[in-house]
Design a protein around this ligand. Structure first.
Ligand code: HEC
Ligand code: CU
Length: 263
């Protein structure tokens, strides 16, 4: 930051900035230098046909790797690219099976600074984080649904609201996953539940196993109960006592849907 003489006018402006009601995406400056940050993960989003690059400031990556809290001043930038598709609309893959990126659609950013976020009600606040969305040319998107950023990242409070924390910490498992194919097993692969609809007897358990590189989460529609976030290779089991149809979705990717019928 440039040094400047603090005039009374600047002092007033600073006081206004710190006043309640000033919370919001305007606090975040476009991270023009994000490409010089650390590219810590890439994500192929089968559900929305996007390729994503996730960048973090070096201090954030170092802290996450060491298991320390992410420091004030950290910036995480998620760059959304359109996936290139073939004539059928299916994403084209490169030699290593990854989506081929097209144009940048948007950049979403999280920035954490000590003291930020205090204006938000407790059921919305994401610690000291603010969220902002930018167009490819760096203009703030004032029409983005900022409440949804807070709501969707809120359940990840235990990992400082950073959904990709395991990747940021370099702890994301790699390698193939041995999928289970028992009658009560559901495999999560390619951003889909398989089988999508499963029937089990009363009192039986269903086990979901995540075979994707992306994390997923089982979120029951009616009760809003959520499993822990399942990283690649991790499983979650739950017994269903009462007959009925239990619709669920992925808590991270709401377009992924499935159902369990108990009868
Ligand atoms: C539907 C749920 C959902 C909403 C709404 C959402 N995110 Fe996320 N966000 C995710 C998921 C899931 C990831 C992990 C990467 C992925 O799968 O694309 C993520 C990752 C991120 C990351 C990378 C760091 C991290 O937490 O892993 C940033 C930055 C980010 N989101 C910013 C935003 C902003 C800004 C908004 C609002 C404009 C927003 N998000 C809204 C689900 C959501
Ligand atoms: Cu998911």
């Amino acid at each position: 930051m440039k040094r400047r003489v603090i005039t009374p006018l600047v002092v007033t402006a600073l006081a206004l900035l710190a006043a309640p009601g000033s919370a919001g995406p305007e606090k975040i400056a476009f991270p023009a230098g994000y490409k010089s940050h650390v590219l810590y993960a890439t994500v192929d989003r089968y559900d929305i046909k996007q390729h994503r690059e996730l960048y973090g400031t070096p201090e954030a990556v170092q802290a996450a790797k060491a298991g320390r809290p992410i420091p004030s001043g950290s910036v995480l930038t998620l760059v959304q690219y359109k996936a290139q598709v073939d004539a059928q609309g299916t994403p084209v893959k490169d030699a290593s099976g990854r989506f081929v990126k097209g144009d940048v659609i948007a950049l979403t950013v999280m920035e954490k600074r000590a003291g930020w976020g205090a204006e938000y009600p407790a059921d919305l606040r994401n610690g000291d984080w603010e969220y902002a969305a930018f167009s490819p040319d760096g203009k703030l998107n004032e029409k983005a649904n900022y409440k949804a950023c807070f709501q969707c990242h809120k359940p990840h409070e235990k990992q400082d609201f950073v959904i990709s924390l395991a990747s940021l910490a370099g702890k994301f498992p790699t390698g193939a996953v041995a999928t289970k194919t028992g009658a009560n097993d559901v495999t999560v692969a390619g951003f889909a539940f398989g089988p999508k609809a499963l029937t089990v007897g009363p009192g039986q358990s269903v086990t979901w196993t995540n075979a994707d590189n992306s994390p997923h989460q089982i979120a029951l529609a009616k009760s809003q109960e959520r499993s822990p976030v399942l990283l690649k290779g991790q499983s979650h089991s739950r017994a269903f006592a009462a007959p009925g149809v239990y619709d669920y979705m992925c808590g991270l990717h709401p377009s992924m849907k499935g159902s369990i019928e108990v009868k």
